[in-house]
Design a protein around this ligand. Sequence first.
Ligand SMILES: *[C@@H]1O[C@H](CO)[C@@H](O)[C@H](O)[C@H]1NC(C)=O
Ligand SMILES: *[C@@H]1O[C@H](CO)[C@@H](O)[C@H](O)[C@H]1NC(C)=O
Ligand SMILES: *[C@@H]1O[C@H](CO)[C@@H](O)[C@H](O)[C@H]1NC(C)=O
Ligand SMILES: *[C@@H]1O[C@H](CO)[C@@H](O)[C@H](O)[C@H]1NC(C)=O
Ligand SMILES: *[C@@H]1O[C@H](CO)[C@@H](O)[C@H](O)[C@H]1NC(C)=O
Ligand SMILES: *[C@@H]1O[C@H](CO)[C@@H](O)[C@H](O)[C@H]1NC(C)=O
Length: 410
Amino acid sequence: MKISALLLFCLLHLVCGKLVTKPRVCRNCTGKIHTKRELELAKLPLVIDKSQICTRGKRYEFFIIIKSGSFSKRNFTRSTWAKEMKENFNIPILYAIGSPNNKSIQQDILLEEQQYHDLLQFDFLDSYFNLTIKTTSVLVWYDQHCSNNSDYLFYVDDDLLISAEKFVLYMARMNYSDTLEGWFESSGKILRTGIGGVTKENFPIDIVPDYLWGAAVLYPSNIISNKLIKAIYSTKLPIFFRDDVFINGFVADEAKIKRQQMQGLVLYDRTEDRVKDNMIVIDFTTEEHRHRAWNCLKYNRQCNQNLLLTLFKLISGCILTAIILVYCYKIFKSMELFQVLTNHSYVIFYEMKALCQDNINTIMILRRRYCPMVKCRKVKFTIYLILHSKRTYVRLGFFLMIVLVLCYLF
Ligand SMILES: *[C@@H]1O[C@H](CO)[C@@H](O)[C@H](O)[C@H]1NC(C)=O
Ligand SMILES: *[C@@H]1O[C@H](CO)[C@@H](O)[C@H](O)[C@H]1NC(C)=O
Ligand SMILES: *[C@@H]1O[C@H](CO)[C@@H](O)[C@H](O)[C@H]1NC(C)=O
Ligand SMILES: *[C@@H]1O[C@H](CO)[C@@H](O)[C@H](O)[C@H]1NC(C)=O
Ligand SMILES: *[C@@H]1O[C@H](CO)[C@@H](O)[C@H](O)[C@H]1NC(C)=O
Ligand SMILES: *[C@@H]1O[C@H](CO)[C@@H](O)[C@H](O)[C@H]1NC(C)=O
């Protein structure tokens, strides 16, 4: 019975997983591990520097560096949240770019710099496989020039949206911390295939520690200067190109730097206008969606476009709930319920708490904390998907199920 239930959940997980994961094909998977020498590229003088931004005595609330590879994303960012951040709150924002292997593009970059004065250009080829070098360069640069001028570096991708007001408030309320914050991914197996994966010969360790996605990470300045950079340069691990897994995972773990979920940071969801209710939205499917989300936030235009998808999610949510209800009713009858519940009662309790708080992030964190086992995680992932759909009556159905189960128990 339990096996069949697990199979069912796995199936659902698979089906639902298909909807959220982007397929990525690996065209050329070599060159994913750097040598120590390559890491020294991060210490080269910059092509376009900005050290003058942090003169002595100048203080900033916090500092933002945007990891960027595309002019159009920078252009959109400059005219939206970054503009508000700069003009309304006086937060410094720089765009970290590498060097192109094409002279005419370098010409464009110089023109862009003349116009906006906000580029930090490093002297190595800008490429997905050079991400760890880029992030290390940013950390080294920040440490050398700006770490005494602000308590935090917020290092983000160029394809997210931030509510400037909310984030400034969030930072103002923050007590000084020694913890990295971002989108928390709990420990799991390392990816062995696809563009982000690495072979066993190149990187023999199977388990990735808890890490933060590269999309948006808040680094306290003293952690950068006193721990992180040293740890990056002294680690004995192979230097893996994925900066998030390597720096925010392996290296941070070795250096005993804490990592946690940032509250108010959510993943983009095509069926909801999440920017309004949250502080930061990451993981947009396309730039088009990011533009729409901004238009929705600022001008109340183009909100909740995808009716079909909303409908699909609604219906699949209901079906999932129904399946779970039927399933629970069956075990309820077969008296195996008690056994299942003693295994999972803590899950249900905390789910319920999270449900009441109506907070997806809480659920994500609980998912990690109370679901160390993979088996259990699958169940929780399905539950998470249902809650995630945020439709009142889907939730009601789910809630009903919990009540039913609890009524039986007590
Ligand atoms: C793959 O990368 C290697 C080394 O970086 C290079 O020599 C090779 O030409 C590349 N192959 C393709 C198909 O791009
Ligand atoms: C840059 O963004 C502005 C809007 O802020 C837009 O008018 C302009 O066309 C964009 N430029 C390019 C080259 O995309
Ligand atoms: C360099 O980039 C420009 C503009 O993107 C393009 O027209 C040109 O063909 C590129 N040159 C080389 C050598 O790749
Ligand atoms: C990373 O940058 C170095 C230095 O510019 C370059 O030689 C190397 O080809 C780059 N790696 C990739 C994968 O593009
Ligand atoms: C920052 O302050 C520390 C301690 O006072 C000092 O050692 C370091 O040189 C300073 N860094 C910069 C870039 O001024
Ligand atoms: C910050 O510290 C103060 C006093 O120690 C405490 O009252 C407050 O709740 C803390 N705020 C946060 C966000 O932790």
